[in-house]
Design a protein around this ligand. Structure first.
Ligand SMILES: Cc1cc2nc3c(=O)[nH]c(=O)nc-3n(C[C@H](O)[C@H](O)[C@H](O)COP(=O)(O)O)c2cc1C
Ligand code: SF4
Ligand code: SF4
Length: 478
């Protein structure tokens, strides 16, 4: 069996972590995304030392001038930076300096993937910057059609990513000039991600990278009444990234991985990846490599050690021989809503031994779900006065009070017949494993909404059926 070294860690692994992304080889799927951590040779060299398999260089083009005060973030509870925002532009360093450093890194790490991100304006500029990047040793090129602030005001970045025809044309120029694979980095600031993706494909792109950042405003300084991040007396919209955007990125990657036109294009997954689990999820939804920016800005290059080790152990535990074996494994399970099983049943089950009686589940179900979590010891009249419209006939024999807690810390119970299995109580419960969602018997067999439509049994009582029928009668010729 193939044994590979967990890059950077020196640790033997069973699974082969190396990848071939549209012809770009990398010892593992973990790449630095184009951004501050991939801004200079000094940084990328340290990153490769730490174990990163590749890097997409900070976008080069005609150097820009940045403002001071260019980052903002959202903290949540005791977690800092769960959402991150920036109004930084592309590189502020001369092209020549970047290229000299790219050549230096490539010389020192010939086996690692070094992709150069590019953003310029005219056809002549694309030709020149592509030639010079490849002469410096770029393994591939990533066209930055995603930056949603500053550069788009100048007709570049997401301004291109939002116009499929322009995106296709510039991609075609790049493909014409390039000797190495051309990847297109997409903006998520579009209605339908398949449109720019198909345009990139038509233009000849060999792979896609997504997502770039989401257009956003971080907040408002309520003393000065200026949005954030504040640059003197003003602010502007920026690009949102970090853990908060992961679900959006996963959705877009999964959508492209199951879209017939783009399913076979290699995708580099980006957006909120902080650990091996995040990376494995992106790969399972179709990504061939993953890129990381915010998590490195937060915790440093060292996070790759756990990523390599964690992914490797996961692949080994599942008996998968390579990253490629995991790639797209979850795509067949990603369906349209109309294909889901309407007969699938879940019920919330509270473990009284773990409950601390905080009643968060009670409140959530009461005000935000189906009023089927009850407090013990109430009469029917008291339950109805509290807002329950359906009261269980029997109260289950469970401990009434949470162990070792205050006298009013009741252990709630679920009226199972009324529970619609929405998951809300399990999501709000602060105690791990205290509320479990358990499968329950439902109607026999499975039936989706699409099945009902096909059978003509999709009419649900209580709707506007009569109005619909009357409209149809009117449409019919007399
Ligand atoms: C401060 C900052 C600067 C960035 N600069 C670039 C850039 O120059 N080119 C680019 O393609 N993406 C740039 N990005 C976007 C990232 O490459 C990445 O697509 C995005 O941050 C989502 O990944 P994350 O959640 O891991 O940060 C930048 C992101 C940040 C936070
Ligand atoms: S799963 Fe939903 S409906 Fe059922 S008890 Fe929990 S919150 Fe209420
Ligand atoms: S949220 Fe969890 S811990 Fe709190 S009362 Fe409900 S079951 Fe008990």
């Amino acid at each position: 069996m193939l044994r590979a070294l967990g890059a950077g860690t020196g640790r033997p692994t069973m699974a082969d972590l190396s990848i071939d992304f549209a012809g770009i080889r990398s010892p593992n799927p973990f790449w630095l995304a184009s951004g501050p951590p991939a801004n200079s040779a000094a940084q990328v060299l340290r990153a490769f030392d730490a174990g990163w398999g590749g890097a997409v260089w900070k976008t080069i083009g005609n150097p820009i001038v940045n403002v001071n005060s260019r980052f903002g973030s959202i903290d949540y509870g005791d977690r800092r930076m769960i959402g991150f925002n920036n109004i930084e532009l592309i590189t502020d360093r001369p092209i020549e300096e970047n290229l000299r450093e790219i050549a230096e890194v490539k010389k020192r790490w010939p086996r690692n993937a070094l992709v150069v991100s590019l953003m310029v304006e005219t056809k002549e500029e694309w030709k020149e910057v592509i030639r010079r990047s490849e002469d410096a040793g770029a393994d591939g090129l990533e066209l930055n059609f995603g930056c949603p602030h500053g550069m788009c005001e100048r007709g570049m970045g997401s301004a291109v990513g939002q116009e499929p025809k322009v995106l296709e044309e510039i991609t075609r120029w790049a493909v014409e000039f390039a000797r190495t694979p051309v990847l297109v980095k997409l903006t998520p600031n579009v209605g339908d991600i398949t449109e720019p993706a198909e345009a990139a494909l038509r233009g000849g792109a060999r792979g896609l990278s997504l997502i770039n950042t989401l257009q956003s405003l971080m907040g408002v300084d309520l003393d000065r009444l200026v949005p954030l991040p504040r640059v003197g007396s003003f602010s502007t919209n920026g690009g949102y990234c970090g853990p908060a955007v992961k679900p959006i990125a996963l959705h877009m990657i999964g959508r492209l991985a199951r879209h017939p036109a783009t399913a076979r294009l290699p995708i580099s997954g980006i957006g909120g990846i902080s650990n091996w689990r995040d990376a494995a999820e992106f790969i399972a939804l179709g990504a061939a490599s993953v890129q990381v920016c915010t998590a490195v800005m937060h915790y440093g290059f060292r996070i790759v050690e756990d990523m390599v080790e964690g992914l490797s152990d996961y692949l080994d535990a599942r008996g998968l021989k390579s990253v490629n074996d995991l790639r797209g494994a979850a795509v067949p399970a990603f369906r349209e809503w109309g294909e889901l099983d309407l007969n699938y049943r879940l019920k919330a089950v509270i473990d009284p031994g773990k409950c601390i009686g905080c009643q968060l589940c009670y409140v959530a179900c009461m005000d935000g779900a189906h009023q089927c979590i009850h407090l013990p010891g109430r009469t029917e009249a008291q339950s109805r006065a509290a807002g329950h419209t359906v009261v269980p006939k029997e109260v289950p024999k469970v401990p009434v009070r949470a162990p070792g807690s205050f006298p009013d810390r009741y252990v709630p119970f679920v009226h199972l017949e009324e529970c619609v299995g929405c998951n809300l109580c399990a999501l709000v419960c602060p105690v791990e494993g205290c509320i479990s969602m358990e499968e329950a018997p439902g109607p026999p067999g499975s039936e989706s909404w699409n099945d009902r439509v096909a059978k003509g049994t999709d009419s649900v009582a209580g709707g506007l059926e009569e109005t619909r029928r009357a409209a149809k009668r009117k449409e019919r010729p007399a």
